[in-house]
Ligand binder design. Structure first.
Ligand code: IPM
Ligand code: MN
Length: 353
């Protein structure tokens, strides 16, 4: 039975990094004697500008019926200033497929890549679980007296007990399943006295059900400080949608920048979506300079999710080896292009280096 992956390269550097990620998937399948079928979809700014369509009707059903996972590059193009297509394609998939877990592992592969003095791979090794279906991302709110001096704009921070509880529980379950012993929940309950008071209550209730795990609360501003001072304190962090977005850019910095950061948008047991944390970087597009490692590592998360654990590990090892031997793009200190990094990872998987 073939593993069926829907591939959406998207905009800008998404196209180039996904080319390397799919190359990696091909090689890992080939060398394992397994089969992957990749189906490409040209959804993105170009398609939107040409046709006025973000996604074709029935796309959701088609994805659910025909695929085991989705691999996405990046969305965003200066020619679509409001990023309508990105909201529809990326955020739309997160909401409509109910991908409530945004899983962002933060792993430093070599001390050279870390901007912090004296920190090595043992110091930066944690995961962030970002709530992915509600919070400030629901786009509820509005304008009143628009375009007048008395204009008012609101944005609703929507938090449900069900939504908070399932992501918090997922963090504890993950810690338990992977032998981790500490979970930190970050919020801003000292100011957001309604929404984040709910996070507080839910966190305490769920934490009490996992007595073997040490649970700790931090305000999100303090979390940012602590991540810079002593990243080694952290194993598992769980937080809301917007804070998770912000904190994972900071965390990406600890592992070498956005080019290294992978992410998974998961509904356990269901069709899920995998993408690098970085955006489409229009300025770097088409120049063979973008770091493909975040996309390649996202493909590894995809394989892990669908049960190809060994193949997933092999990709991670190959990336680690490429970093250790300096076969990287310039953003992490190397001299190779996007394609050459992809080729070097593929060669490693083939046992050639
Ligand atoms: C991310 C991105 C997205 C987000 C954007 C592109 C909407 O920054 O995946 O972190 O804010 O979730
Ligand atoms: Mn982000």
């Amino acid at each position: 039975m073939s593993l069926r992956i829907a591939v959406v390269p998207g905009d800008g550097i998404g196209v180039e990094v996904i080319r390397e990620a799919t190359k990696t998937l091909g090689v890992v399948a080939e060398t394992a004697g397994r089969k992957i079928t990749l189906t490409h979809f040209e959804w993105g700014a170009e398609h939107y500008l040409r046709t006025g369509e973000t996604l074709p009707g029935g796309a959701l059903q088609m994805l659910q019926d025909g695929f085991d996972a989705i691999l996405l590059g990046a969305m965003g193009d200066p020619r679509v200033p409001d990023n309508r297509h990105a909201a529809e394609i990326l955020l739309g998939r997160r909401f409509k497929l109910d991908l409530y877990v945004n899983y962002r592992p933060v792993q430093l592969f070599h001390e050279r890549l870390c901007p912090l003095k004296g920190k090595g791979p043992a110091d930066v090794d944690f995961v962030v679980f970002r709530e992915n279906t509600e919070g400030l991302y629901v786009m509820m709110g509005g304008h009143f007296k628009r375009d007048s001096p008395d204009e008012v704009a609101t944005e609703i921070d929507l938090n449900t007990r069900k939504g908070v509880e399932r992501i918090v529980r997922h963090a504890f379950e993950f810690a338990t399943a992977t032998g981790r012993t500490k979970v930190v929940m970050a919020d801003k309950s000292n100011v957001l006295i309604h929404a984040h008071e709910l996070w507080q209550r839910v966190f305490k209730t769920v934490a009490a059900q996992y007595p073997a795990i040490e649970s700790r609360h931090l305000y999100v501003d303090n979390l940012c400080l602590q991540l810079l001072r002593e990243p080694q304190q952290f194993q598992v962090v769980v937080t809301s949608n917007m804070f998770g977005d912000i904190v994972t850019d900071l965390a990406a910095g600890l592992q070498g920048g956005l080019g290294m950061a992978a992410s998974a948008n998961i509904h356990p047991g269901r069709l899920s979506l995998f993408e690098p944390v970085h955006g489409s970087s229009p300025g770097l597009a088409g120049r063979n300079v973008a770091n493909p490692m975040g996309a390649v590592l996202s493909a590894a998360l995809l394989l892990d999710h669908v049960g190809w654990k060994q193949e997933s590990k092999r990709i991670e090892q190959a990336v680690r080896r490429a970093v250790e031997s300096g076969r990287t793009t310039a953003d992490v200190g190397g001299r190779l292009g996007t394609r050459e990094v992809g080729e070097s990872i593929a060669a490693c998987l083939r046992g050639e280096s």
